[in-house]
Unconditional design. Structure first.
Length: 165
């Protein structure tokens, strides 16, 4: 497996991976999947902000991706980022998510970021919380009933990882 910076040519595969979660799960609160062009624009925006947008490639195929984005737009949050990680549903359980998240944390530390936040939808699938916990994140809070998708109200768990030495 290779974890590398995303390229515009990866946008269609990233859009395909994400579309599965938009349509079938509450892992994202998006209700319409973005196009490959929209994903390419997101890659460009994230990297232009000096943050990492990564893909995990196995045997020449992209099987997952992750990125850091600004946690909030106000300037006082400039040293805090939000992490997002998605693994192709056919490739889960192979350490891809962990490899991506660990690289994101390394890149965040190298960029001088101080805190990384994950906003995780509460669902019947505990894998995202478990992944973040395994990478040193701690639960920092819970927001109740903040999302409505697939005909139900959803909570989110806030997890946080400090990169302070």
């Amino acid at each position: 497996m290779i974890v590398r910076p995303a390229q515009p040519a990866d946008a269609a595969r990233i859009a395909e991976i994400y579309a599965h979660y938009v349509a079938t799960s509450t892992a994202t609160f998006d209700e319409q999947a973005p196009s490959a062009d929209e994903i390419a624009a997101r890659i460009a925006a994230v990297t232009a902000a000096g943050l990492p947008f990564l893909v995990a490639e196995r045997d020449g195929a992209v099987d997952g991706y992750g990125y850091l984005s600004s946690y909030r737009p106000r300037s006082a949050y400039r040293n805090t980022a939000e992490s997002s990680v998605y693994v192709a549903h056919t490739a889960r359980g192979n350490g891809i998510g962990r490899a991506i998240l660990e690289r994101l944390l390394d890149d965040a530390s190298a960029a001088g970021l101080r805190e990384i936040v994950a906003v995780i939808a509460v669902s019947d699938d505990p894998s995202s919380v478990a992944l973040h916990r395994a990478c040193g994140f701690e639960q920092a809070g819970r927001l109740t009933g903040v999302g409505f998708k697939h005909e139900r109200w959803l909570d989110t768990v806030l997890m946080q990882r400090s990169l302070r030495s």
